[in-house]
Design a protein around this ligand. Sequence first.
Ligand SMILES: Nc1nc2c(ncn2[C@@H]2O[C@H](COP(=O)(O)OP(=O)(O)O)[C@@H](O)[C@H]2O)c(=O)[nH]1
Ligand SMILES: [Mg+2]
Length: 318
Amino acid sequence: MNESSWLSRLRSGLSRSSVRLSSDIGAIFTSRKIDSDTLAELEDVLIMADLGVGTSAQLASKIGARKFPGDADGVTVRAALAEEIVTIIAPVARPLSDLAATQSGMRVLLVAGVNGTGKTTTIGKLAARFTEAGQSVTLAAADTFRAAAIDQLKLWGERVGVPVIAQEQGDDPAAVAFNAMEQARADGSDLLLIDTAGRLQNKADLMAELGKIIRVIRKVDPTAPHDVLLVLDATTGQNAHSQVETFRDLVEVSGLVVTKLDGSARGGVIVGLADRFIIPIYAIGVGEGINDLRPFEAEAFAYNLLDLNTAPASETSE
Ligand SMILES: Nc1nc2c(ncn2[C@@H]2O[C@H](COP(=O)(O)OP(=O)(O)O)[C@@H](O)[C@H]2O)c(=O)[nH]1
Ligand SMILES: [Mg+2]
């Protein structure tokens, strides 16, 4: 996929968030100056766009501290906001290639998250990307809670053309993970992606389940899992923050993937997550299809979120 087509997908994915932010900010600064009243209104707009209370206050005060030549209109304020957002999100934005296996043996990614956030779909999309990049990928169906979850992962395996290690519904997820480790390693796989269940009704059970999966995979490779990706659904807004807190208590979360940015007016949630948790963000989901996992690139994301075309020329030279 070329650059302009992925940018247009990102743009259309974020359009509900960006159109709203753009018109709300434009409405504040049509004929009024930057002062404490308009900054307070700007802060409210950012909170409503799910950037989070603390991050919104910080951004509004950064805008207040800026010197604008002449009167600031909506476009000027949006451009300034985009710059400030880039400084928040750039430190956590990571390329997907950082998750690829290196020479030092099979890389194991454990994928965690609440039910329905998009774990299985994200695994399918990741498998497609890494296969395309020349890596050999194996999937493990360690969400054994529902038969449908196993079938869904098998379907992705068929679609992408990668093996899926699965057992029966109700089998021990740790046993599935252990078998997958041995089999993927014997097959010479570069990457093993492990799907898990995310029933949060009982945190103690979930902790025991994830803990056991990690213990048994370490019997095969003491350095695994090399990554624990937490999948968050952007449409849940501020609830995504409490999911990060919960899962960080359960496992060592090493990175985030934020899904369902398409058709959601809550793209701003990513800015708050980046600001508050400083956990690497590897990718964003902008649809259900195989190509709808996009790299998380700070400038493209920030400027599209604010419905602006591109970063200033000085910042686009990569
Ligand atoms: N619109 C949209 N839907 C998504 C995205 N990612 C996942 N989904 C859908 O969300 C639903 C739950 O996804 P699933 O992968 O089964 O979640 P899991 O329970 O965490 O494994 C499915 O209908 C997916 O197609 C996304 O980025 N955008
Ligand atoms: Mg699933």
